[in-house]
Design a protein around this ligand. Structure first.
Ligand code: GDP
Ligand code: MG
Length: 163
């Protein structure tokens, strides 16, 4: 049986980078500047022997103030409803920010399966953020570097029970 995984989290944490790695094509735009990708993007993902559908929640990059606009919340909720599981990505270099807590609240209420991923975890700059990620109360974070392909085996271990 196949499943659908939604990648959610605030802008710039590396969601599209992981999406592109899983799909293996440059379907989702990745950019240093927030404001590039829009809405939801779906792709056929492959990780080792697993085949699944992955949803990239773009369209979160339009936040212009410190709070998450309702549109971003609705977009995330829509992705969660479409998916069997969510990969909630945080930026281990930036640490846990108030917007991350907003996403964590949505996921606690709406999603059956949440995989917490601490991205940009290559190198020492990520140690503090990794520890902070435990405070979200969503279990142990998968330590990963979407850009460098690190943490994919650990991610696989979290995905197998869903498949
Ligand atoms: P999104 O807004 O969450 O979709 O984030 P993107 O995938 O567009 O990535 C935002 C920025 O983070 C880009 O400059 C990426 O190259 C960078 N990035 C993504 N993954 C990693 C990673 O594992 N390590 C580091 N250092 N940078 C990353
Ligand atoms: Mg993106």
């Amino acid at each position: 049986m196949s499943f659908t995984l939604a990648i959610v989290g605030r802008p710039n944490v590396g969601k599209s980078t992981l999406f592109n790695r899983l799909v293996g094509k440059k379907l989702a735009l990745v950019d240093d500047q927030p404001g590039v990708t829009r809405d939801l993007r779906e792709g056929a993902a492959r990780l080792a022997d697993l085949r699944f559908t992955v949803i990239d929640t773009a369209g979160l990059e339009d936040a212009t103030d410190d709070s998450l606009p309702g549109r971003m919340r609705r977009l995330t909720e829509r992705a969660v409803e479409m998916a069997d599981a969510c990969l909630f990505m945080v930026d281990a270099r930036a640490g846990i920010l108030p917007d991350d807590e907003v996403f964590a609240d949505i996921l606690r209420k709406k999603s059956a399966h949440v995989i917490l991923a601490a991205n940009k975890a290559e190198g020492r700059a990520a140690e503090g953020g990794l520890l902070e990620a435990y405070s979200l109360g969503l279990g142990d974070p998968v330590r990963m570097s979407a850009e460098h392909g690190e943490g994919m085996t650990e991610l696989l271990d979290f995905l197998r029970p869903i498949a």
